[in-house]
Design a binder for this molecule. Sequence first.
Ligand SMILES: [Cu+2]
Length: 291
Amino acid sequence: MKMPRWGTLGAGLASAVAGITAMVPGALADQPHPLQIGLQDAATPVMERLNSFHNLLLVVITLITIFVLGLLVYVMWRFNAKRNPTPSRTSHNTLIEVVWTVVPVIILLFIAVPSFSLLYYMNRSEDPEMTLIVHGYQWYWGYEFPDQQIPEFESRMVPDAELQEGDLRLLSVTEPLVLPVDTDIQILIRAEDVLHSWAVPSFGIKTDAVPMRMNETWARIEQEGVYYGMCSELCGEGHGFMPIEIHAVSREAFDDWVMEQVAGLDLEEPPHLLTRSYEDAVNQNQVAEAE
Ligand SMILES: [Cu+2]
C-alpha cells in the first residue's frame, strides 16, 4: 500500500473540515469533527453540568499528577545513592500514614458530592411534558411517541451508495428523530434483542438499552439544530452502522410534524400537542388546505 504524502494528507483534512463546516450552516457543533479535542458542545443542561464536572475533575487530576511527579523528582534527586549513601531505616511514621489516608478520602468526598447530585439530576426529569420511547434493534433504532399517538417508526443508517448532498457518512439516517426545543422530554430506552446504548454526546446521554427493561433519562434541548449520536454498546456485526440523527425544532414546528405523522391514522384519542389543541390544529390545516 502506498502511504499518502503529508502534503496531500493535510490538504485532504483541510477539505474535510471545510466540507463539514459547509454542510451545517450556523448549526451547533454537534457532531464529531476531524482533529477534534474535547467534548461536543452542550445542547442540554445535563451536558452543561457534565462539562463543568469534567472541568473540575481535570483540575483535580492535574494537581494530583503534578504533586506526585514533584515528589518523585525530589526523591530521585535528594535520596539517590550518591547524595544519600546511608539510607534511613525508618519504616513507620504515624503522622504521614494518617495524612496519606485522610487526604485522599477528603479528595474523594469532594468529588463524590457533585458526582452523585449530577447522577440524580441526569436520571429523570421532575415533570416531563412528553415522552419518547427508544427501541434498540440489531441494527437500527425505533422511535415511538405515546403522548402524540405516533406509532413506532424505524430509523436506519443511509448506506454509502445512497448518501445525498449534505448527508454525513455513517451518521445520517433515513427517518431522523424530531424533537422540540425548550421542552422537558422523558426518554424511555429499551432493547428488543441484545444490549445497545443510546448515546448522544451533546445531550449528555449514554443510556443502555436492555432487553426486558425500561431505562429512563431525559433531555431539554436548548438550541435548534441537528444532533448526531451512535450506538455505544457493542451489539454485533452492524453495531457501527446504527447512528442517531435528531432534528431539534421549535415547539410549533414539532406540532406541525406531529400533525403530519398522525394524518390519516385512526386515533383512539387526540395527540398531545405542545402549542395548541388538536382541534385548533385540525381547523388550521383545513383552513390552509382550503386556501
Ligand atoms: Cu451497538
